[in-house]
Design a protein around this ligand. Structure first.
Ligand code: PEP
Ligand code: MN
Length: 646
């Protein structure tokens, strides 16, 4: 704090003030100016500044440190991302790039009601299920909730659709009973300052949604978060749910400015409950959208299949159709603010994940294209081919989606070609799919062969099929055969398959020589590329919740690469400052790429690869990330991994 002394204060008064503060373990610094004398005191934050204001000779006291510490931005610069696992091996993250929607009725009323509402909200895109089993009602005569029976229905419905459960806890005596059912505890607005309850719920260590009381300031909300954080949990989600004002057209007044204000004061995730704020069903969707536009990490809303019969808060409970429409609108809005909407993966997709083997005992790695594609070769080189099943999908995006959904353990993704440059789509996929990380990398020398059917010779050939890039990469060889027709194909493997099917000695394909065996073709000429320095670098991706690749050949080779994705601050020298940290740490940055951020013109995601030669790569990268944290707006470590073929 800064203590400004009165102009006519005496030396004795000053001595007394200093003595008083020293006894309370403050470190003092006196600044004598032309106008005022000021004492800067650094020390305990819990002191009531009024005690100092009352001392003789003191004009006023300016607090400089915030009363909340663990919740403050000063304590932790980067946003906290809270992870809530579901029963499908997926982790739902609150506070990152994904917008989360929590939905369900105000109160659990029956099994049938819960099952029906859960089905509806899940199909519209909710990622967690809410519902009160213990209802703190303003009137003791109102419905108080079904208690444990309600928790059972809630859990059963959540498990059926892969939705973790959010429910309110009203008393510490309920902790032993609720423990088995609850994924995220809710502290209701009425209990925001029930400090004893906060301490007990914080000590459970599970994520907690803390709702702002309708009479609390944001500082009071953060002080309550401080109670939870100092009692043992590091997973607190703040929830704005409307405050009481003189306006009675709505149930409460949604303080939407709480979102950006809290964002600057705290690292904790922020969600908004527009249902309890406005209290009128038809007004909820627009406030839900406004919350996301204001930067909230998610929303929690009330949805009821028969709101007219709801036992509590029927008027503000959205119909499933209204919720569905709002979710569509949020899908459209999210990219505008550089985010995407979190989804629950399909139920039947959890068959192969976490490095488990599939039914034939192999791990699954997906790639884009057809059998015989270069990515397939990269898979059989990177993994032990006996242990891996390479599965083709139709697009790069599908590779990422399959990995996130647990349909595949790994994906093989081309990221750069030494002649053609970056594969931009895949850089963009890394910013879109934040649940994906890099598990490894491999660089493949691209070597083309001319393939024909059995009995064909170079002198028979009239038509050559291949991907246009491969045709141009073999130009020197093809220039010797000016009479041939060159025909574009979707991929080199498609060309090989086409030539095999047509069974004409006049046709040939340019593709990798592995296609010869695959499509029963003969190699008419090998290594026909102009430039032997034709390399493609692939990265092996995995979902963040899986472990290291099993069956990867390099398993015993220490990590030698790290990749990052970051957003610089929008100020002069921002990128220079980041690069300076890499330089100071002696890291060899092997690649830097930038991609525009969707919805934010002239802002970019930067991608950096760096070589690490340090034994303890994890520690090294951790300290690098710490040094980078105040130089960037956002940073994500894509992976620390070993690279083959470099
Ligand atoms: C609720 O979420 O059902 C609820 C009672 O909310 P609040 O505590 O914000 O009134
Ligand atoms: Mn309610």
């Amino acid at each position: 704090m800064v203590i400004v002394l009165k102009k006519n204060s005496t030396e004795e008064q000053k001595k007394y003030i200093c003595q008083f503060l020293k006894e309370k373990n403050f470190k003092l610094n006196e600044i004598v100016g032309e106008e005022d004398t000021v004492i800067a005191a650094v020390g305990k934050v819990s002191m009531d500044i009024r005690e100092v204001e009352l001392l003789p000779g003191v004009n006023n006291v300016i607090p400089i440190s915030k009363p909340f510490k663990l919740a403050s931005r000063e304590f932790k610069k980067e946003n906290t991302i809270i992870e809530v696992p579901n029963n499908r091996g997926q982790i739902i993250r609150i506070g990152g790039q994904h917008v989360v929607s929590i939905a369900g009725p105000c109160a659990v009323e029956s099994r049938e009601q819960m099952m029906e509402i859960a089905a509806a909200v899940a199909s519209s895109g909710a990622v967690m299920l809410r519902g009160g089993a213990y209802k703190p009602r303003s009137s003791p005569y109102s419905f108080q909730g079904l208690g444990e029976e309600g928790l059972k229905y809630l859990k059963e419905a959540g498990e059926k659709y892969g939705l973790p459960i959010v429910t309110e806890i009203v008393s510490e005596s309920l902790i032993p009973l609720m423990r088995d059912y609850v994924d995220v505890y809710q502290i209701g607005a009425r209990n925001m300052q029930n400090f004893d309850l906060l301490k007990k719920v914080g000590a459970i260590g599970k994520p907690v949604i803390l709702k702002r009381s309708y009479t609390a300031t944001l500082e009071e909300l953060l002080m309550s978060a401080e109670y939870l954080l100092s009692s043992g949990t590091d997973s607190v989600i703040l929830c704005e749910r409307g405050i009481r004002t003189f306006e009675h057209a709505t149930r409460n007044t949604l303080d939407i400015s709480a979102v950006p204000v809290l964002r600057s004061l705290t690292h904790l995730p922020i969600i908004v409950d527009p249902s309890h704020a406005v209290g009128i069903r038809d007004k909820v969707p627009s406030m839900g959208l406004a919350s996301i536009a204001a930067g909230a990490d998610g929303i929690i809303v009330e949805v009821h299949n028969h709101p007219e019969k709801a036992m509590s808060d029927g008027a503000q409970s959205m119909l499933p159709s209204q919720f569905d429409k709002m979710m569509h609108d949020i899908e459209a809005l999210a990219p505008v603010i550089g985010k995407s909407v979190a989804h629950i993966r399909e139920e039947n997709s959890s068959v192969v994940h976490s490095g488990q083997k599939n039914s034939s005992g192999k791990i699954v790695c997906v790639y884009s294209g057809k059998r015989g594609a270069y990515a397939e070769q990269a898979i059989s080189r990177y993994f032990d081919s006996h242990d891996v099943e390479a599965v083709a999908v139709d697009s790069f995006e599908e590779i990422f989606q399959s990995v996130v959904d647990g349909k595949a353990d790994y994906g093989m993704v081309p990221i750069e070609n030494s002649l053609a440059g970056s594969v931009f789509q895949n850089y963009d996929n890394f910013s879109r799919f934040e649940d994906v990380s890099i598990a490894g990398a491999i660089t493949l020398n691209i070597r083309h062969a001319l393939l024909g059917i059995k009995g064909a010779t170079i002198s028979n050939i009239k038509n050559v099929y291949s991907h246009p890039q491969a045709l141009s990469q073999c130009k020197k060889f093809l220039d010797n055969h000016k009479d041939w027709n060159f025909i574009d194909a979707v991929s080199t493997a498609t060309a090989a398959q086409f030539v095999a099917e047509k069974k004409s000695k006049e046709n040939a394909a340019i593709a990798s020589s592995v296609n010869a065996a695959l499509y029963k073709l003969e190699i008419l000429a090998e290594d026909i590329e102009n430039d032997p320095g034709n390399f493609t670098r692939f990265v092996v991706i995995q979902a963040n919740h899986t472990t290291k690749p099993k069956g990867a050949k390099e398993a015993n080779v220490p990590a030698n690469m790290a990749s990052f994705i970051f957003k610089t601050k929008n100020e002069p020298g921002a990128l220079y400052n980041v690069l300076g940290v890499f330089n100071d740490c002696g890291l060899n940055m092997t690649r830097l790429e930038s991609r525009p951020i969707a919805g934010q013109p002239w802002r970019y995601w930067f991608y950096a690869d760096a070589e690490i030669k340090n034994q303890n790569a994890a520690e090294y990268v951790k300290s690098l990330m710490e040094k980078l944290s105040d130089k960037v707006e956002e940073i994500r470590l894509l992976g620390i991994y070993s690279e083959l073929g470099k």
